[in-house]
Write a new protein. Structure first.
Length: 138
């Protein structure tokens, strides 16, 4: 390819790359439902998947949380079971429609949520402000 052709292709490639990266969504945007099967997140993550639901363990130690921003795949109407191990009480916010709040005490507790719309839903703490999970609901 000549330098002239490459010079013309670079802006096109950059625009395409930017438009593809903007497709991630923000929890308020519904994505089309193309696959309703469930799978777990990448290996090495604190989540697991079964036919009934997906299980994720959330750990809070002071102002530190794990996981921290991990993406978890979840089917529409599939249960997400959160096991919360915390050294102090708090509250998680699930930015679904409608929004859900999960209050937890110090110690270990288990909470189940179900998302009935496709899209990306964030699960976060507001005190401190941390995004724990991004649920990719399909």
């Amino acid at each position: 390819m000549s330098g002239r052709v490459v010079t013309r292709l670079v802006p096109l490639v950059l625009v395409l790359a930017a438009s593809l990266s903007a497709c991630g969504g923000d929890g308020d945007t519904d994505a089309p439902a193309t696959d309703q099967s469930a799978s777990s997140s990448p290996s090495g993550s604190p989540s697991s998947s079964t036919d009934e639901g997906v299980a994720v363990t959330v750990t809070r130690e002071g102002d530190s949380f794990t996981p921290n921003g991990e993406r978890v795949e979840l089917g529409i109407d599939q249960a997400l079971v959160l096991t919360i191990e915390a050294d102090e009480a708090g509250e998680l916010h699930v930015h679904s429609t409608p929004e859900q709040e999960i209050a937890y005490d110090a110690g270990t507790s288990e909470h189940e949520i179900v998302i009935d719309r496709p899209g990306v839903v964030e699960v976060e703490s507001h005190e401190p402000d941390v995004i724990l999970l991004q649920l990719e609901v399909r």
